[in-house]
Design a protein around this ligand. Structure first.
Ligand SMILES: O=C(CO)[C@@H](O)[C@@H](O)COP(=O)(O)O
Length: 220
């Protein structure tokens, strides 16, 4: 099938949402831009995660129209397409209803930057986007307006759940995993007392280290 490599990547990353317990039933979705094309691959709508295969993935254009595939595209296709049209640096989009992050979304409250892991991955708080109905451009607009110029690759769409972006679908999945992890920890901290905010200059230092030094850097 066309765009087989991207199909395989997007299919494999959907299994990560299940592995990290970020979705229930058929909720959630992952997409990735097809390299060099005005196209992206996304999950078929309402198909069980254990039935997802590279062949079941669907290919859409940047208007969200189905280009190739046997299934109807995800109900969030318009949102993903909007992000790809307005954020050319983004090559991956993920949506989950992960429990703790969605509980913050239900309250419309940003997750404050009180953990070094938040400074590392999000460069500050995880912001909240507006309430938006599903299917049109409203969710996509909320994502773009909230994350443009913001360090965080994740946001909490009010009353809904998590959307993340990344330079790849894998990066967006990582952001979704880390978003749920810190949402849970900060929630527990709130139950025990008042979390202590990290000073901005420390956030900046931590973010720079994690983004530019942490891990294995290819020197070849
Ligand atoms: O939250 C929504 C829509 O935003 C769910 O329907 C979504 O998680 C799953 O929908 P799809 O199966 O991708 O169509």
């Amino acid at each position: 099938m066309i765009h087989q490599e991207t199909r395989e990547t997007v299919c494999r990353l959907h299994a990560e949402l299940v592995r990290y317990n970020l979705v229930a039933w058929t909720a959630g979705n992952v997409s990735e831009r097809v390299p060099g094309e005005d196209l992206f691959v996304i999950k078929p709508s309402g198909v069980s995660y254990d039935e997802l295969t590279p062949e079941a993935m669907v290919v859409c254009d940047l208007q969200g129209e189905l280009v190739e595939g046997d299934y109807a595209p995800s109900s969030d296709t318009a949102a993903h397409a909007y992000v790809y049209r307005h954020m050319p640096e983004v090559n991956g989009v993920v949506h989950t209803h992960s429990t703790y992050a969605s509980a913050w979304a239900a309250r419309g409250e940003a997750i404050p930057c009180v953990l070094t892991a938040m400074a590392d991955e999000f460069g500050g708080e995880i912001p909240v986007g507006p309430f938006a109905l599903i299917g049109g451009d409203d969710i996509g607009k909320g994502i773009v307006e909230t994350l443009t110029g913001h360090r965080s690759p994740a946001l909490l769409m009010q009353n809904h759940g998590v959307f993340t972006i990344g330079g790849s679908a894998k990066a967006a999945v990582k952001a979704a995993v880390m978003c749920e992890d810190v949402a849970r920890t900060v929630h527990v901290a709130r139950q025990l007392g008042t979390p202590i905010p990290i000073e901005q200059h420390h956030i900046d230092h931590l973010y720079d280290r994690y983004q530019n030094v942490y891990g294995q850097r290819s020197h070849l």
